[in-house]
Design a protein around this ligand. Structure first.
Ligand SMILES: *Cc1c(COP(=O)(O)O)cnc(C)c1O
Length: 394
């Protein structure tokens, strides 16, 4: 099997699994218990918190463990909204290309009377800083802009965004689920106030993540109960998961340069070869892009059909985000970068990891053009395009 859906989830690193095992049998203590087993759990929990904080240049008491990226996104946004209600500030700025965990939370707030400005992105998928500056108002409580996009891999200018937010006194939250473990994330340098991460996107376990909250930034609990996580997230900590996340992140950060150098070669080979297919186009910026992301639209085909045929060849790919596949709506991200509906339907996302090899990439490069050709030959739309009854748009 050739696994090229690493923006959806990653394979757990064997070191991570081995580090987790003892928390399932011997070290099963509850970190809130006062006996020795519980206290050892508490020590491990705090060690993991310190390790994770260090990886993003934060303090340990600024890290809150959650069940993953979605929960972290919800908690960050809902906390600021609650603060906004208290201060009578009801304006939030975000973008049109956020993950649904952000977009759907913002839609909920709009129903509750908040006003949200969704910034457009340029054709390369990057916001205009000028648009952000113009959008900030006296009653703006939060800027929520993702670090790197999960569909097209585009990296936003977070340092400049952080600077603008700081100058305006607005809290800056970034969904960094695709960035942490893949890029050098530094919350001090980038002036980030809140940040989400998720372990299963960097070879850690599923169902565990963290929210970084700069000291002084308001943070309210979404889940009421015990006093875990400094009263900000009730529930017995997922210690095995948390330790797994810390081990995975430390490893990803220490191997980052080596991994990225290898990924870029495979990524660029895929991009160069697959965009040779006639009437195809790369989505997202060529330079400011995650080293593991390839996203290409092919005119005249359905992305879903391409995926199924790739799956028959034991290749796991995606047409966009895992959350929208299965629905018939084209990707909101591809629409935001200006792809027409019919083109957005023909997208293919290949996301790599350190476990991929050049031999696999070479296989994919051989198979994809054949499948695209096959699907086009069967497509009535392609027939029209070829006969001139319809104009090519890419
Ligand atoms: C995967 C992902 C999420 C959701 O994280 P989960 O841990 O699966 O809840 C949020 N944002 C982005 C950008 C993602 O890629």
């Amino acid at each position: 099997m050739i696994y090229l859906d690493n923006a959806g989830t990653t394979k757990m690193d064997a070191n991570v699994k081995n580090a987790m095992l003892k928390y399932f049998d011997e070290e099963y203590g509850n970190a809130s218990s006062l006996h020795a087993l519980g206290q050892r759990a508490k020590e491990e929990l705090e060690r993991a918190r310190a390790d994770i904080a260090k990886c993003i240049n934060a303090q340990p008491n600024e890290i809150y463990f959650t069940s993953g990226g979605s929960e972290s996104d919800n908690q960050a946004i809902m906390s600021l909204a609650r603060m906004g209600k208290i201060n009578n500030k009801k304006h939030i700025i975000s973008t049109k290309i956020e993950h649904h965990a952000v977009l759907h939370t913002l839609q909920k707030l709009e129903d509750e009377g908040f006003e949200v400005t969704y910034l457009d992105v340029q054709p390369n998928g990057i916001i205009k800083l000028q648009d952000l500056k113009k959008a900030i108002r006296k009653d703006t409580i939060l800027v929520a802009i993702m670090y790197a996009n999960n569909e097209i891999g585009t990296i936003q200018p977070v340092d400049q965004i952080g600077k603008i937010c700081k100058q305006s006194g607005v809290t800056f939250f970034t969904d960094a689920v695709q960035a942490v473990g893949h890029l050098k994330v530094d919350v001090q340098k980038s002036k980030i106030d809140m940040l989400s991460m998720s372990a299963h996107k960097f070879h850690g376990p599923k169902g565990v993540g963290a929210l970084y909250v700069r000291r002084g930034t308001p943070i309210f609990s979404l889940i009421e109960g015990g006093g875990q996580e400094n009263n900000r997230r009730a529930g017995t900590e997922n210690l095995a998961g948390i330790v797994g996340m810390a081990v995975a992140l430390k490893k990803a950060v220490s191997e980052m340069d080596k991994t990225n150098a290898k990924l870029v070669l495979m990524r660029d080979k895929l991009i160069n070869e697959l965009t040779k297919i006639p009437h195809s186009i790369l989505n997202g910026d060529k330079k400011n892009r995650l080293s593991n992301n390839v996203n290409i639209c092919f005119e005249g085909i359905e992305g879903e059909s391409l995926l199924l045929l790739l799956s028959d060849h034991d290749i796991c790919a995606s047409s966009g985000s895992a959350c929208t596949s299965g629905s018939l709506d084209p990707s909101h991200v591809l629409l935001a970068i200006g792809r027409p509906h019919e083109v957005a339907h023909g997208s293919l996302r290949l996301t790599l990891s350190k476990y991929n090899t050049m031999a696999e990439i070479n296989k994919v490069i051989k198979i994809v053009p054949k499948i695209v050709d096959y699907l086009r030959k069967m497509s009535p739309v392609w027939d029209e395009l070829e006969k001139g009854g319809r104009k090519h748009v890419i």
